[in-house]
Design a binder for this molecule. Structure first.
Ligand code: NAP
Ligand code: ZN
Length: 342
């Protein structure tokens, strides 16, 4: 089968290779999903460029967001899955530790991500645990279904789970043109909160206005200044942060007294230079919010299936144009998701 491998760190054109490998067969408790669509995330870019937490063993295959059809089931897996259209929850966990029992799969000490710790979906087929399968809602095509798992499940934890945003509150969403940012903005808007969103160009701002009450072009005004001006100096109740060291202090300074900042990523780097007094003196809280749990994935998938939330698909590409997808994400030339069709 064809697969897209990362063979070294570097630019997309050098580091990515289309290869032919043997089609994998599922072991006990596993299934083989024949991939119809797989969405890229910033994580795919990190895997190619190198990341402090990356082990750098090559070749490797990313691709966390998978939708497809079950082509084969291993021993012990339910044969009813055969030929079913599915979406894959990307988290794999032990299933019986204290965190798994609580339903918090991403807290499990054995937690792994398909497409990061295990071979991902950038191939014609991928083997995944049966436990990760979710029926693809009939109302969603494969491309839209593949755009849901990582971004919407993470955004759901940020806004609803860890963030506990309420309709009467104000929320600031960073990078609202990106995968996680746009999902978070849609969820905050759907909840009825007043939404402030940052982006970097007029073209992106036009699209972001569909869900944001106020759009901030941070290339013109630092976002904390803009937020304070827009809220009569009060600030917002919640900030959804994923940009990292470039924006942390401004994001903290955008918070109202007692406000919460939820964090799922650090695209620009993870070592911010911050004033910790700006946290405790104002009763502010910073909460970690990595990808949501299985129940949160189901909740958000069903809202997308009902059309309440709508993944934004920037472009759909064949697997052999994967470098173009990586390049577009790295250059911040996308709005929403890049989806590949192996
Ligand atoms: N922990 C988890 O489970 C988890 C899950 C999902 C994502 N994440 C993390 O969340 C972050 C966002 O992921 P994503 O897939 O949504 O990325 P993405 O689609 O590439 O979006 C990132 C957005 O951030 C904005 N941005 C602002 N400053 C930036 C900078 N210095 N470099 C790059 N982008 C910048 C860009 O929009 P503008 O140009 O308009 O500002 C861009 O659209 C990543 O760090 C990712 O690893 C973590
Ligand atoms: Zn566990």
């Amino acid at each position: 089968m064809r697969a897209a491998h990362i063979t070294q760190y570097g630019d997309p054109e050098e580091a990515l290779a289309l290869v032919h490998v043997e089609r994998p067969e599922p072991g006990p408790g596993e299934v083989r999903v024949d991939v119809e669509a797989v969405a890229l995330n910033h994580l795919d870019v990190f895997a190619r460029k190198g990341h402090p937490e990356d082990e750098g063993a090559f070749p490797k295959r990313s691709g966390c967001d998978i939708a497809g059809v079950v082509g084969s089931v291993g021993d012990g897996a339910d044969t009813d899955w055969l030929d079913e259209a599915v979406v894959v929850y990307p988290g794999v966990s032990c299933g019986d530790c204290e965190f798994c029992e609580r339903g918090e799969q991403t807290m499990c000490h054995e937690y792994e991500i398909i497409g990061e710790d295990r071979p991902g979906g950038l191939a014609e087929s991928v083997v995944v645990p049966e436990a990760c399968l979710e029926q693809k809602p009939d109302s969603l095509n494969f491309v839209t279904a593949a755009a849901v798992p990582v971004t919407f499940t993470t955004a759901w934890r940020m806004i609803v789970g860890a963030g506990q945003l309420r309709p009467a509150e104000k929320a600031l969403i960073l990078g609202a043109s990106g995968g996680v940012g746009n999902a978070a903005l849609q969820i905050a808007e759907r909840l009825g909160a007043t939404t402030y969103a940052t982006t970097s160009s007029e073209r992106k701002a036009d699209r972001v206005r569909e869900w944001a009450d106020e759009v901030i072009d941070y290339t013109e005004t630092p976002h904390d200044e803009a937020v304070l001006a827009l809220t009569d100096g009060r600030g917002v109740d919640l900030v959804a942060e994923h940009v990292g060291e470039e924006t942390w202090q401004e994001s903290i300074d955008s918070l109202a007294m007692g406000g919460r900042m939820v964090v799922c990523g650090a695209t620009s780097g993870a070592d911010p230079d911050i004033d910790i007094r700006s946290i405790y003196q104002r009763h502010r809280q910073i909460r970690g919010a990595p990808m949501g749990n299985r129940a949160q994935f189901r909740d958000v998938l069903s809202l997308v299936a009902r059309g309440e939330l709508e993944p934004q698909i920037d472009r759909v590409l064949p697997l052999d144009r994967i470098a173009e997808g990586h390049r577009a994400i790295e250059d911040r030339a996308v709005f929403g998701k890049v989806v590949l069709r192996p």
